[in-house]
Design a protein around this ligand. Structure first.
Ligand SMILES: Cc1[nH+]cc(COP(=O)(O)O)c(CN[C@@H](CCC(=O)O)C(=O)O)c1O
Length: 401
């Protein structure tokens, strides 16, 4: 018998596998609305102008080399990244209480954070919103954390189940880890209102829970970096501990560069230094040090006033295009008198519409209209353009009538 003959063929990832199926489809009208990656009106991936300019600056700089970065990554990147998510005058920053470590994009930041918690915050379960980004359910158990869930989405109202969420957070054992989406909740596109965030924050602090923010879409949801960071900042400003995973995949279009950061807000500078030293031990044995190029792009863009301004306007442009697609899809369904209330398409925030279509309806749309999306009914709005909205509306209409 050959070695590994009995190894099972693993299933494709529910999100990334959609793209593989899409690529195999030869139809001229196929639509990839699966992976959360921005596309232009022409349906093409988008390299931001501010990023191209930053890369030109880097390429022209003959003093640069390809030496190893420190285990914690590019120091200038770490500083700029934490200042982006937290306000410069945030007490935690002013008192130097934040340890920031460059990691492999959002996924890597979550995984390093999870390994850190498994080692230094043992016996606590991590509570995930129901539903949540699929890979959360892979990352945390891989680090050895016990996973629980808290109610989040109300499928009847298609809104936040704030009562259920608060009840579950209150009944969780004190000191539990609570995973929160900073903005643009994936897959529902439903975010707490500012006043609801304040209730959530108070319950978490009263219970001594440890909040872990996953911030993969800062600036991408509303187009405004501060608005999208408001929830995280309210926690960081209250003096308690906090973990933050950041990603520059979407908001700077650096998907394949794998640029992100894990920040741990502590109660003192001394504790932050000790935590950083322990996170270094975890990273050294995992991948030793992070890639230099993407972090250098982010540092160049954020560190230059003009490039940062240009980036912010490109960010608003991407967010606005997605909002336009929401309006056009909604109008197309109204025009077709498609049965059902579709106002959630307009009310949801960020890249995704959580359509409410079930997996059978999704299967019909794929089979008959070559529309590719995740089986939970999530539609990546960035995959749409004015010319393809009618095709998607036809597919949804057929699926629900
Ligand atoms: C909430 C959330 N957190 C973290 C990440 C990780 O992103 P990265 O920085 O690239 O490691 C993503 C990407 N999720 C979209 C991209 C594809 C994926 O699943 O990965 C998605 O949900 O389509 C998220 O949606």
């Amino acid at each position: 018998k050959c070695l590994w003959e009995d190894v099972e063929m693993a299933p494709e990832d529910p999100i990334l596998g959609v793209t593989l199926a899409y690529n195999k489809d030869t139809s001229a009208v196929k639509l990839n609305l699966g992976v959360g990656a921005y596309r232009t009106e022409e349906g093409k991936p988008f390299v931001l102008e501010s990023v191209r300019k930053a890369e030109a600056i880097l390429a022209a700089d003959r003093s640069r080399n390809k030496e190893y970065l420190p285990i914690t990554g590019l120091a200038a990147f770490n500083k700029l990244s934490r200042e982006l998510i937290l306000e410069n005058d945030c007490p935690a920053l002013v008192e130097n209480r934040v340890a920031t470590i460059q990691c492999l994009s959002g996924t890597g930041s979550l995984r390093v954070g999870a390994d850190f918690l498994a080692a230094h915050y043992p016996n606590a379960a991590i509570y995930l919103p129901d539903p949540t980004w699929g890979n959360h359910k892979g990352i945390f158990p891989a680090s050895g954390l016990c996973m629980k869930k808290y109610r989040y989405y109300n499928s009847q109202s298609r809104g936040l189940d704030i009562e259920g969420m608060i009840k579950d957070l209150k009944s969780a054992p004190s000191g539990s880890v609570v995973l929160l989406h900073g903005c643009a909740h994936n897959p529902t596109g439903v975010d707490p209102l500012p006043e609801q965030w304040e209730v959530i924050r108070q319950v978490i602090r009263d219970k001594g829970h440890l909040p872990f923010f996953d911030c993969a879409y800062q600036g991408f949801a509303s187009g405004d970096l501060s608005q999208d960071a408001a929830a995280v900042r309210s926690f960081a400003g209250d003096g308690g501990e906090l973990l933050i995973a950041q990603s520059f995949a979407k908001n700077m279009g650096l998907y394949g560069e794998r640029v992100g950061a894990l920040s741990v807000v502590c109660r003192s500078e001394v504790i932050a230094k000790k935590l950083e030293s322990q996170v270094k031990i975890i990273i050294r044995k995992m991948y030793s040090s992070p890639p230099i190029h993407g972090a250098s792009i982010v540092t160049t863009v954020l560190g230059d006033k003009e490039l940062r301004e240009e980036w912010m306007s490109e960010l608003r442009g991407m967010a606005n295009r997605i909002i336009q697609m929401r309006k056009q899809l909604y109008d197309a369904l109204i025009l077709r008198e498609t049965p059902g209330d579709w106002s959630h398409i307009l009310n949801q925030i960020g890249m995704f519409t959580y359509s409410g279509l079930n997996k059978e309806q999704v299967a019909v749309m794929t089979r008959d209209y070559h529309v590719y999306m995740t089986s939970n009914g999530r539609i990546s709005m960035a995959g749409l353009s004015p010319s393809t909205v009618p095709h998607l509306a036809d597919a949804i209409h057929a699926a629900v009538t």
